[in-house]
Design a protein around this ligand. Sequence first.
Ligand code: IVH
Length: 705
Amino acid sequence: MAASDDAATEPVTENLAGRRDELAAQIAQHNARYFEHDEPEISDAAFDALIRELRTLVDEHPELDDWELPIYHPGGSPSATFAPVIHLVPMLSLDNAFSRDELFAWGERLDRVIVGTTFVAEPKMDGLAISLLYRDGRLAIGATRGDGVTGEDVTANVATISGLPTRLRGSSLPGVLEVRGEIYMPTTSFEELNRRQAEAEARLFANPRNAAAGSLRQKDSSVTASRDLALFCYQLGAKEGGPRLRTHTETLSWMRELGFPVNPLIDQHDDLESVYGFCHSMEEQRHTLGYEIDGVVVKVDDLAQRDELGFTSRAPRWAIAYKFPPEEKTTKLLGIMVSIGRTGRATPFAQLEPVFVGGSTVGLATLHNEDEVARRDLRVGDTVVVRKAGDVIPEVTGPVLAERKKGRRRWKFPTKCPVCSRPLVRLDGEANHYCVNVDCPAQRVQRIVHFASRGAMDIEGLGEERVAQFVEAGLLDDAGDIYGLTAAQLVPLERIAEVSAQNLIDAIAASTSRGLARVLVGLNIRNVGPTAAKALARALGNLERIEHATPEELTAIEGVGPILVQSIQRFFTIDENRRIVDKLRRAEVGLEGPPPAVPLDTGGVSLVGLTFVLTGGMEAFTRESAQAAIEARGAKVTATVSKKTSFVVVGENPGLKFAKAEQLGVAILDEAGFTQVLHEGARPPEKPVKQAKKQAKKREGAEDG
Ligand code: IVH
C-alpha cells in the first residue's frame, strides 16, 4: 500500500497554496478518470470531500482563488472521438447539502431573496447527464455534458435508447428545445451486462453509472443499442416557442406530454420539512428502486422566482442536491500494519476482509497515526465499520463493540521499522512516528517514486512496483540514478519485455526537459509543492541560484516565507541531496526555469483602476505574460467576472467566464482589442447597453445636423 506521506503541515500560505494545487490536481485527475475514461478510482463521497475542501479553502482564502480551479469547471474535457457540441444554455452543476442543517441553510438563503416558495424534489439519478436538442420537434443533437459549455456529440448513440423520443408529440411545438436528463442503466441490466462481460473475459464495469457512460460513449452505435440504457428527463435548457411555462411542475408535465420519460417519483412540496421527509424516504428505498440514486435534487418550483435567484459562478441558487450520507458496511479487521513513506513517516493501516462499500471493494484503509488507532480503540479481530468519506482513502470509523470477544488486546505501535528494523520514533508534540534511517529501503523507494510521479517528473511506467524492483536489483539508489538506466540492464529482470524496457528508457529521456519547477517538486524538499516550486523557478531561473540564494533573496519571492527558506537551505546541506543534484546535472537534466522576469516595457500606458479577467488561449500571450502585461500597467487581474470587471479578454475556447461576461454586459476584448488596449490605454468602458444607446443618439445627432 502506498503511504500518503505529505510533508509536515505548517500553517503557512505556501502550504495552503500547495494544498490547493494538490486538490486541484487530484480533482482534475479524478474528473478525467470519471468523465473521459469512465473509470473512477474513488467514490462520489470521497470526490465530493475533495471538492468541498477546495471550495472551503478558496472561500476562506480568496487570494488563492483562481478561475482555472476545477470547482469552476464541472465535468471532463470533451474527447477527440466525438465532435464537440456547444450547449445553447451551459450545463451547470449543483451545490450540495450533506445534512438536514445544510438543506435548511439553503432555505434560509432563499428566504433572503424570495417569499413563499414551493419546491419540487426529484430523485438524483446516478447516471450521466445528457442534453437533447430538438429542432421543430425532431431530435437534432444528443450531447454529453463535457465541461458544461462544450459536450460531445453522441446523437447516433442516444437515438438507440428506447423511450427517448426522436420526434416530439403534440401541436404547438417549439422551434428549438434543449431537454436535459440523465441516462442510466437499470441495476438488473447492469448485473446482466457484467455477467456477459465476465463470460467474454472482458473488463467488468465498476457500477451502473460507469456501465452507462461506457455504453453511451461507443464509436459503434450498435454496441450502445445492445446495452439496456434508459432515460429520465428533468430540466429544460434553451426553448424558443411553445407554451409559456410558469412553474417547474408545469414544465415536467409538458415534457411528459411531448413524450419524454419523467421520473414518476418526482413530487411537489410546500416546505423543506416535507422535502426532508422525501429525502429520508428515498434514502430508505434507494436500493429497491431498480436504478441507482445518490441523493435528491430540490428545486424552486416557480420559474419567476428562479430568475430572481439566479446563479453563482458554478451553480444555480434555485436548486440544491441533497446527498445521501456515505454508505457504511461492517467487516473484519484482519490486522494492523505500518507502511513507510518517503519522509520516513510510519503510517498504520488496516487490513480488512474485503468488503464492497461506496462503489468499490475495500481491503485496506489508512489509520493515520497512533492516536487515531487509540481514539477508535481498534483491536485486531474486531468487526469494524468501514465507509468511504472525507478522504480519497476509505475509512474505518470504529469497532462494533457488541461483537468484540473478550481478551482482545489493544494495538501497540511497533517499535521497529517493518522494512529496515531500525527504531520507529515519535518525537514530542508530533502525531507521527518516523523511521530514523534515511537509508531505509522503503523511504528510498518512495522518494524515487515521488520523483517519477505525475506531479513531478512524470516518467510514465516508473511506478512503485518497478522502482522497488530496480532498487532490489541494485540499479537504483536514488532519483539521480534513474538517468543512468539502460534497456540492457532492464531486460534481464523479471516481467520486463524488451519493448517496455525501451519505452521506459524513452520516457526517462523525455523527462529531462520538464524544467526546473518539476525537478524541485521531485527532489522532496520539505514544504516545496508545485506552487512554491514554480515561484522559485520563475524568480531565480536555475537550481544553482536557488542553492546559493541568501535568505533575503528567497523571502523576496512572493509565497516564500521563513519556513520554506529553512527547508531549502537545509536540503542543500545534506550530502545525499547534493549527490542527487550532481547526478542530475551530469545526466543533463534541465535545471533551468523560465527566465527571470524583466521589467516590462509599458510604453508609458497606464491602466490603473481597471480590472481584467482572462479566459481562453491567445496566440501572442501566455496566461502569465498577459497577466504580467496588465499588472505592469497598474491594472488588476481577477479570477471571476463581476459587474465591477472592466474587461473580459476572450481567447480561443473560452470558459464559462465568457458567458458570464455576456450575461452581466461586461465589455469583451478579443486578442486584437486587448493588444490595442495595452498599447493605447483605455478608459473604463461603459455598459454595452448604454454605449449602444449613446451611439444611436450620436447617429441621430449627426443625421439631424
Ligand atoms: S438538475 C442546473 N435534476 O446531478 C441544474 N440534475 O450534481 C441541472 N442529476 O449534472 C441539474 N438527477 O447530471 C438535475 N433530477 C435531477 C437530477 C440531476 C441527477 C445530475 C445531473 C447534474 C448533476 C449535478
